[in-house]
Design a protein around this ligand. Structure first.
Ligand code: ZN
Ligand code: ZN
Length: 244
């Protein structure tokens, strides 16, 4: 009740248009900006990485990013295209400590439930992509963990999920965003391993790896490798707010 009283007195301001708004389900975004400023990923999309073909029906089910490559996860689902203003918001979230964006991104990522392959399983272990502890100290929070928490708050009630920080990042690597494609594909080799909490995960589980953006899929695939080698999982999926 306190929150609703406060919201009437000081309504939240939309990150898109800067206006105060009273309606809408997405924290930090009014309904018209949600419509106009974001680009949802729609079918048909690559069955591996979730890249949208934007209406053009492909002659094959794998995009140019995934063809001739083996990715260790079963499939990835993104919610929105990595273009437009949301790229600035992601940047402010990660590099300007604007942690409040986790609420918006977690809500936006609930679109992944529209993919039938997600709804086909009912029990998941949710694994945020870890930061190296040095990077975690610099940033103060792990963006993937924050998004995962918010996303879970809005997820279907018939889904049984728990977050386990099952992985750790052992090497302090160059940021993927600063590398070209060829460098990205090899930069993270052997960068991840199981954490102490991760060692207690059950065999045959379904895992969801959570990250903010999927570009080449290398980060997620390296994480999936560790889980696959340790647990022979039933499913490993990857969900992200954005597909780059
Ligand atoms: Zn707006
Ligand atoms: Zn693909």
């Amino acid at each position: 009740m306190l929150r609703s009283v406060l919201e009437i007195a000081w309504p939240p301001v939309c990150e898109g248009c800067g206006d105060a708004y009273y309606s809408g389900d997405t924290p930090g975004l009014c309904d018209s900006c949600l419509e106009a400023r974001l680009f949802p990923l729609t079918e048909p999309y690559c069955e591996v990485c979730g890249q949208s073909y934007r209406g053009k029906m492909p002659s094959h089910l794998q995009c140019s990013n995934c063809r001739n490559r083996y990715l260790e996860f079963d499939f990835a689902v993104g919610a929105y295209d990595a273009e437009g203003e949301i790229m600035d918001w992601i940047h402010r979230f990660k590099y300007a400590q604007e942690i409040h964006f986790a609420r918006m991104f977690g809500k936006l990522m609930t679109r992944v439930w529209e993919d039938n392959r997600m709804a086909a399983q009912k029990e998941w272990i949710v694994v945020p992509v870890p930061l190296h502890r040095k990077r975690l100290r610099e940033r103060g929070f792990n963006q993937s963990l924050e998004i995962a928490r918010e996303w879970m708050r809005h997820s279907p009630p018939d889904q049984k999920m728990r977050i386990v920080n099952a992985l750790k990042r052992d090497r302090y690597t160059t940021r993927q965003a600063t590398l070209d494609r060829r460098e990205r594909l090899t930069n993270l080799h052997d960068a991840f391993s199981l954490s102490r909490a991760g060692r207690r995960c059950p065999q045959d589980a379904n895992f969801i790896i959570v990250d903010d953006v999927l570009t080449t899929g290398t980060t997620a695939s390296e994480c999936a490798t560790v889980l696959r080698e340790a647990f022979s999982p039933n499913k490993i999926t990857v969900i992200t707010v954005l597909r780059g």
